[in-house]
Each structure stands twice: as structure tokens, then as C-alpha cells.
Design a protein around this ligand. Structure first.
Ligand code: UD1
Length: 418
């Protein structure tokens, strides 16, 4: 069992290069199946979810290996089209293999993915999109049997801009005859990264970043080298940590535009933010003010994944901030843990009201989910005394080296493995 110990009260200072994006690399690794060749994925973060994806690829018959920070995947040989339930349950993103395996093999057998920690996470839109392309999908006892000897390009209208359903539709459409148009597509930067990867492999995908994506299927693909974009949520976490501690940090190799709603909130809270093409600097006095209501919504709105870390940054200081979580039902599980540290937060349904307090104090807390866990660390960095954060496996799903990164920025932090 591992715990992180955080001694609060030190302002974060210095420069840091941000890891590659988890939410980009997972669909891209599934998409390597379409290339039937070797792909080199640069800036691949070493995360639990990446290890699970490697396990899935190996199970399917692919070769996967590290060369420094690059992950190489050779998908020339695929011997299976099923994924065991045990692997499917390890993470939500395993569902993206559905579209990729269908495009490659014309059939797929897997089960419902895991990752229900944020409340119910249906996959009805994924299945609807694949059915529209011509896949026959039977569901029984959580198992999914999918056949699609021929898929045909079509018009897919998503009833809401789901990130995962957009990715599954793009991947399956690459294996369909003719042109597919996806309307009301998710516009997240990670969708653009998936498109860039597929185009580098020779696919005809365009429109990512807008609500309409067009895919011309059945192109002959090949391997490529692709560098994953910076993780905007990890960047947001460190910005919030610096803001809450009165720090001065510069994040390198990030895309400032991807963080605009987060930096707008932090600047309203009193931080000074400056940026150039691919770096972002935040300077904070440590005395933060409350901000206008933070409402999570699909990109380019405020990201649900940054809700918890921004909340943690605004626990101390002055005023009252209202959060409205519109994306997931159970996304305030970090709140009772933050209260243990002296935070004043009231929750009802989608709404959380944070009244800033003068001081936070150390406590024993548990990560309840990935981003909620990171929020506990952001709060602990501001608390008086030594906070112990447990259940680290949640945090390790998305942060490749949070302890080392924060140490580099001068935090009093260490991990203990017992
Ligand atoms: C992705 C991100 C996750 C982020 C989320 C929202 C990855 C690996 N994960 O998750 O970090 O929090 O986007 O930005 O990229 N929905 C349905 N039916 C479906 C699919 C989704 O009702 O078939 C609903 C969900 O319950 C949720 C909303 O749509 O309320 C958005 O979910 P979605 O965009 O699909 O999130 P994920 O792709 O699971």
C-alpha cells in the first residue's frame, strides 16, 4: 500500500514540462490497431491506464514495447478480436477498442467497461453510432457480441457530444465503405489529437475540433510517429496547486488555448497569468478571491476534470464560489475528504458552494477518484501540518509522476510504499 505525505505551506516555484495527455494516448493506442504496422507514440505517459492498454494490445496479438518515453506498437499481427472481462473492467477507456477492433477485424467480443466511480456512465451513444454504421450488436449479461462484415458510411447525429462515442464512431468509420459524417461531435483537443494520429497513418479524417467530423473509410493505413499533446488536466492541476500556495510556476510544452477556461477562473481569483506559444506562467500572492459560478460543460466549456482541482485552489482566501457539475452525477466525492481538512463546502445535487476559510489543516484523507484525488493533494499543499493521502491507485491512473513533479516545484511531498 502506498501513501503520499504532504507538508503544506510552501509556495510552488519553478519550471516543469507537463506529461502527455492520458485522454489522448488511450484512444490513439487503440487506433494503432487500424495501421497494421508499427507506430511510435512519443511523450507517452507511464500510467496505470497505459499499462492496461498495453495488456489489451498484447492479448490481441500485438507487440508493444518502451523505448525511453516512446511507446512502440506493432499491430501487424492481430490474432484475437475479444477482450476478457477482467481487462475491460480495469478502465473506462477500454470501450474505445470496440470501434478499433471492428474496423480491423469486422467483429468484436467484449464486455461493458469499468470506471463507474463518477456515477452511471452509459455507452448507448457508442453502440448507436456503431449500429448506424452497420454493426450488429447483441448485449447479454454485460457481454457485447458485435459483427460487422461490411460497415457503410452514414450520417451519425450524436444526441450529446460524448468524447468516447465520437472516438468510437471515428475509428469504426475508418473501416467503413464510403463517407461518414458525425454531427454534434465532441470538440475536445484530444479528438483533434486522434485525428492527427489517424491522418499521419494515411486516414482521411477531417473536422476535429468542430462539431462536424467527416471520415472517408477503407483507406490503406500505415505506421507513423506521433507525439501526444500535453495533458491539459495535469497542467490545470499544477496551476491550481501554484495558485493556492501563492506560487510562481512556468509550465513548458503546453497549449495555453486548451486551458483558457481554467486560466480565466484563476486570473479572476487574482493570479497573474502570462503565456507564449507553448508555455504558461502563473504568479499568485496566495490570497485568492472567489470567482463567478463555475459550470462544467463539454469543451470549450470548463472541463469537468478540472472542477475538483479548481475547487481545492479556492478553499482558502475570501468569498463564496458556486460550482455546478453538469457532466457527471457523482463528481463531488472529494468534498467530504476536503471537509476533513477544514474546508467549508455545502453540496446539493449538481451544486457545491465553497465558502473560503482562512486556514486548512492536515488530515488523513483518501483519494476517491482520479481528479478528486489530485484535488486532495492541491488542498494538502496549502494546509498546516502533514496530510496523509491514501488510495493512491486512483491518482496513478492519470498522473505519471505527481510526487516528483511537485518536488521539482519545491513542495514538501513524499511517497511511502509499505
Ligand atoms: C471523457 C474523458 C473524461 C472526461 C469526459 C468528459 C477520456 C478517456 N475520458 O470521458 O476524463 O471527464 O470525457 O469531458 O477521454 N453519455 C451518455 N451515453 C453515452 C456516452 C456518454 O449518456 O453513450 C454521457 C455521460 O454519462 C456523461 C456525458 O455523456 O454525462 C459525457 O460523457 P463522455 O463525453 O462520453 O465522457 P467519456 O468519453 O466517458
Amino acid at each position: 500500500m502506498s501513501i503520499i505525505l504532504v507538508e503544506g505551506g510552501r509556495p510552488l516555484k519553478g519550471e516543469l514540462t507537463v506529461q502527455g495527455a492520458k485522454n489522448s494516448v488511450l484512444p490513439i493506442l487503440a487506433a494503432t490497431l487500424l495501421s497494421g504496422d508499427t507506430c511510435r507514440i512519443r511523450r507517452c505517459p507511464r500510467l496505470r491506464d497505459v499499462e492496461t492498454t498495453m495488456e489489451i494490445l498484447r492479448y490481441l496479438g500485438c507487440r508493444v514495447w518502451w523505448e525511453g518515453e516512446d511507446l512502440l506498437v506493432d499491430t501487424a499481427t492481430v490474432t484475437r478480436w475479444d477482450i476478457p472481462d477482467g481487462l475491460m473492467r480495469k478502465m473506462r477507456s477500454s470501450v474505445i477498442f470496440l470501434g478499433a477492433i471492428l474496423a480491423r477485424c469486422g467483429q468484436a467480443e467484449l464486455s461493458y467497461p469499468g470506471g463507474c466511480e463518477l456515477g452511471p456512465r452509459p455507452i448507448d451513444l457508442h453502440l448507436q453510432a456503431l449500429r448506424q454504421l452497420g454493426a450488429e450488436i447483441q448485449e447479454e449479461g454485460g457481454a457485447l457480441q458485435c459483427r460487422a462484415e461490411t460497415m457503410r458510411g452514414t450520417h451519425i447525429l450524436l444526441s450529446l457530444p460524448s468524447v468516447g462515442a465520437t472516438e468510437n464512431a471515428i475509428l469504426a468509420a475508418c473501416g467503413a465503405d464510403g463517407v461518414t459524417v458525425i454531427s454534434n461531435a465532441a470538440r475536445e483537443p484530444e479528438i483533434c489529437d486522434l485525428q492527427d494520429f489517424l491522418v499521419a497513418c494515411g486516414a482521411a479524417v477531417q473536422g476535429a475540433g468542430s462539431s462536424t467530423i467527416t471520415v472517408e473509410g477503407r483507406r490503406r493505413l500505415h505506421g507513423c510517429t506521433h507525439a501526444v499533446i500535453a495533458d491539459r488536466i495535469v497542467a490545470a492541476t499544477y496551476l491550481c496547486a501554484a495558485a493556492g500556495t501563492g506560487g510562481d510556476i512556468c509550465l513548458k510544452d503546453v497549449e495555453p488555448a486548451h486551458l483558457s477556461t481554467v486560466t480565466a477562473a484563476l486570473s479572476q481569483a487574482g493570479c497573474r497569468i502570462t503565456w507564449d506559444e507553448n508555455s504558461l506562467r502563473l504568479q499568485s500572492s496566495g490570497a485568492l478571491r472567489s470567482v463567478s459560478p463555475v459550470r462544467t460543460s463539454p469543451y470549450p466549456g470548463f472541463p469537468t476534470d478540472a472542477q475538483a482541482v479548481l475547487m481545492a485552489a479556492l478553499l482558502r482566501g475570501s468569498g463564496t464560489t458556486v460550482f455546478v457539475e453538469n457532466m457527471f452525477e457523482s463528481r463531488y466525492r472529494h468534498v467530504p475528504e476536503l471537509r476533513r481538512m477544514g474546508a467549508d463546502i455545502r453540496c446539493e445535487g449538481k451544486v457545491a458552494v465553497v465558502c473560503a476559510v482562512e486556514k486548512l489543516h492536515a488530515a488523513q484523507v483518501h483519494a476517491t477518484d482520479l481528479r478528486g484525488g489530485a484535488a486532495l493533494i492541491v488542498a494538502a499543499l496549502q494546509a498546516q501540518g502533514i496530510t496523509q493521502v491514501g488510495q493512491l491507485h486512483h491518482i496513478q491512473r492519470g498522473y505519471a509522476h505527481i510526487t516528483a513533479d511537485l518536488l521539482q516545484l519545491g513542495a514538501g511531498i513524499r511517497q511511502e510504499d509499505t
